[in-house]
Design a protein around this ligand. Structure first.
Ligand SMILES: NC(=O)c1ccc[n+]([C@@H]2O[C@H](COP(=O)([O-])OP(=O)(O)OC[C@H]3O[C@@H](n4cnc5c(N)ncnc54)[C@H](O)[C@@H]3O)[C@@H](O)[C@H]2O)c1
Length: 417
């Protein structure tokens, strides 16, 4: 009996915990607790941490873009490398500007259509938009535009070129539309006046229709010609103009006035976000050489050693804006919250004879001047009042005629000879 109870006792012992069963197994390790103050902060002050985190994030977000704008000069063995997108281009040593955000906050690239993007102003605008990292689709029928103006972007995966006439509708998915398509010089817009007014009316309707359908922002490049032969000087945006509706220039002047009307009607009636720029005489590289515009005429004639043609008495005035100033104004307007219209031009006023003198100083001091009869409806005075653009867009032209002209002469020299 006693033997049996001692056996039971041993069995009872055998069902105890394995640790007890094996006296040499290591002790279970206790989890280490954080130091008390840290533990307290984490547990009791966690909202404080969340707030501090939010504060740091918003500070970086605000300061990011300013900190990040850095000029990165990358020159590898005398050749430049476009590291982004893996496009590599050797050749002339050049400086590229790369905008990078330190905080990792990056502006989303936009998809932008530029109609008339193979033309003079359009191609400079395309350069700027691609340079800042956007995707650009150029639509052009090459009436006055040239592939050569945008050829340097052909290898860029963010660039597309479509041969298309804006008189026909087109479907695309974009965020912004810069509508420039329209011949701008008298020689070209008078060549086929019906086509010019069709481009202004139907082309603008089609692009506004596209903007409405896809919710894109639309910018119209109108012109100082909407003021006609102005009775107010200088011209402010509130001036309604003095335009001959049946003259030889009306296809352009009245065409642009109608384009402005359509733009405002789509804005008021269909809530399309629109912008209107009234551009004054602009000059620069890539202008058509024989387009009859006074600056290109004078420069080409002086380079070819021909007399400079002055129409009328040469006392009519114009203002001349360098193309990079205009492009800056167009981009500022598109990015602003203002519909416009805005005058974009250089208020420096020159008579045709003064302009001829500047061209002579720059190219050939022996050049002769030849007077010819003036063309119909040629405005006597033209000078923008740019107070509105200065106040609301913080924009004003920076490049004077004497600074800009040599840059254009260099380009014309290469193309003429
Ligand atoms: N350059 C200036 O001094 C000036 C002044 C006032 C207004 N603007 C306006 O700025 C815009 C650009 O002018 P620019 O000087 O570059 O002229 P531009 O003639 O060099 O460019 C116009 C572009 O539009 C294209 N185009 C014309 N009709 C078209 C159509 N139906 N479909 C598709 N493409 C078409 C042409 O091929 C060309 O590439 C124009 O709308 C013009 O009215 C220019």
């Amino acid at each position: 009996m006693h033997k049996q109870s001692s056996l039971n006792h041993r069995r009872d012992e055998e069902v105890q915990t394995p640790a007890d069963a094996d006296p040499y197994s290591p002790k279970a390790v206790k989890p280490k607790s954080l130091p008390k103050p840290v533990h307290y902060l984490l547990k009791e002050q966690r909202w404080l941490f969340v707030l501090v985190g939010m504060l740091i994030a918003s500070t970086l977000f605000i300061l990011g873009p300013n900190l990040a704008k850095r000029d990165i000069r990358k020159t590898i063995g005398g050749s430049e490398k476009f590291v982004s997108k893996g496009v590599e281009k050797s050749g002339v040593q050049k400086t590229i500007t790369v905008h990078r955000l330190v905080a990792g906050v990056r502006r989303q690239p936009l998809r932008i259509v530029v109609t008339g993007g193979a033309g003079f102003v359009g191609s400079h605008l395309v350069d700027r938009l691609l340079e800042r990292g956007d995707h650009v689709i150029v639509i052009d029928n090459f009436f006055t535009g040239r592939k050569e103006n945008v050829m340097h972007h052909f290898k860029n995966p963010r660039f597309e070129l479509i041969r298309h006439d804006v008189v026909e509708p087109i479907l695309l998915e974009v965020d912004q539309i810069y509508h420039l398509a329209c011949p701008a010089s008298p020689v070209h817009y008078k060549f086929n006046p019906v086509k010019t007014i069709k481009t202004n009316v139907m082309g603008t309707l089609n692009m506004l229709g596209l903007a409405k359908r896809i919710g894109a922002r639309f910018l119209l490049t109108s012109t100082s010609e909407v003021y006609g032969d102005p009775l107010q000087h200088p011209q402010t945006e509130t001036y309604w103009g003095n335009v001959n509706p049946i003259g030889v220039r009306s296809c352009y002047d009245e065409g642009k006035r109608t384009a402005e009307t359509l733009t405002m009607d789509y804005h008021r009636g269909a809530n399309v976000e629109v912008r209107i720029a009234r551009i004054f005489n602009t000059y620069g590289p890539r202008m058509c050489i024989d387009d009859g515009r006074v600056v290109s005429n004078f420069v080409a004639q002086a380079l070819r050693k021909e007399p400079l043609t002055v129409y009328g008495d040469g006392k009519q005035t114009r203002s001349f804006q360098y193309v990079s100033d205009l492009v800056e104004g167009l981009i500022r307007l598109m990015e602003s919250n203002h519909v416009g219209p805005f005058n974009l031009g250089n208020p420096g006023e020159f008579t045709m004879l003064e302009l001829a003198e500047v061209v002579k100083e720059t190219i050939d001091s022996n050049a002769k001047i030849e007077f010819k009869e003036n063309t119909a409806d040629d405005p006597h005075k033209r000078k923008p009042d740019i107070t509105k653009a200065k106040d609301l867009l913080k924009w004003e032209p920076k490049i004077s005629l004497r600074e800009g002209l040599p840059l254009m002469v260099e380009d014309f020299h290469k193309r003429i000879f």
